[in-house]
Design a protein around this ligand. Structure first.
Ligand code: CA
Length: 223
C-alpha cells in the first residue's frame, strides 16, 4: 500500500510519513503542491493525505488530478480549522474524509484505515478473467493491471460478457446492452463490434477468448 503525505509543517510532515509508513507499509512525503503534482504524475498511491495550507497554494486543488488516477486513491484532508463550512468544502471537492488539526495520531490512522477499507470494498466491484479485469464501479478495463481504452459500444459488450464469463450471452442481450432504443441496428453491427473488441484485446496481450456460439451469441472465457 503506497501513501503520499502532502504537508509542509517541518514536524508534522515527517511524523505523518513515519506513522503512516508503519501502518500501511510505505509512505512518501512532499511539502509543496508542485512536488505533490510531480509525485502523483509518476506514481500511483492508494492513500493521499493532504494539508490544505501549502506554501504554493491550497491543497484541495490536488483533488481533481487525484480523481483522474486509476485506481482512484483515497484522500484524507487535514483542515486547520474545525469549521463546518471548511469541512463541507473539502468533502464537496471530493475528499473522502477530513481530520481537523490538532489531531491525535490514533484518530488519523483510524480515519485513514476506514477510508481505505471502504475503497477496497469498492474494488470488490472488479471482475477478472485471465489477465483482464474490469471495474464496474468506474468502468475501467485493465490488462495486467494496465488500463486500456475501449470505445463505448465495445465497452458495453465487454461489460455484459465479463459478468457472465463462461456462459453463452445471447445476441439479444448484447444488442440491448450495446444500443439505445433509438439506434438503428444493422444485422451484422454487433459482430463488427465484437470483432473489433476481440482484436483490441488481443493487441493488448489479453489472455481471454471471445468466441461466437452459432445461432446464439458469444462466450467469453480465459484463454
Ligand atoms: Ca501547512
Amino acid at each position: 500500500m503506497r501513501v503520499l503525505v502532502v504537508e509542509d509543517d517541518p514536524q508534522l510532515g515527517p511524523w505523518l510519513r513515519d506513522t503512516l509508513a508503519r501502518t500501511f507499509g510505505s509512505s512518501d512525503l512532499v511539502t509543496t503542491l508542485d512536488e505533490a503534482q510531480a509525485a502523483i504524475a509518476v506514481r500511483g498511491f492508494e492513500l493521499v493525505v493532504i494539508d490544505r495550507g501549502l506554501p504554493d497554494g491550497e491543497g484541495l486543488t490536488l483533488l481533481s488530478q487525484l480523481k483522474q488516477q486509476r485506481p482512484v486513491p483515497a484522500v484524507v484532508v487535514l483542515t486547520a480549522l474545525d469549521d463546518p463550512i471548511d469541512i463541507a468544502h473539502a468533502l464537496d471537492e471530493g475528499a473522502d474524509d477530513y481530520v481537523a488539526k490538532p489531531f491525535e495520531p490514533t484518530e488519523l490512522v483510524a480515519r485513514a484505515k476506514a477510508v481505505l477499507r471502504r475503497f477496497l470494498l469498492d474494488r470488490g466491484s472488479v471482475v477478472s478473467v485471465g489477465n483482464l479485469s474490469y471495474n464496474i464501479f468506474d468502468r475501467v478495463v485493465c490488462v495486467d493491471q494496465q488500463p486500456i481504452v475501449v470505445p463505448r459500444r465495445e465497452l458495453a459488450i465487454l461489460e455484459a460478457m465479463i459478468r457472465r464469463t463462461g456462459y453463452v450471452v445471447l445476441r439479444e442481450t448484447l444488442e440491448s446492452a450495446t444500443y439505445s432504443f433509438d439506434d438503428e441496428i444493422q444485422s451484422n453491427a454487433l459482430d463488427v463490434h465484437v470483432c473489433r473488441l476481440r482484436r483490441r484485446l488481443r493487441k493488448a496481450n489479453c489472455q481471454v477468448a471471445l468466441r461466437p456460439v452459432r445461432g446464439l451469441g458469444y462466450l467469453l472465457s480465459a484463454d
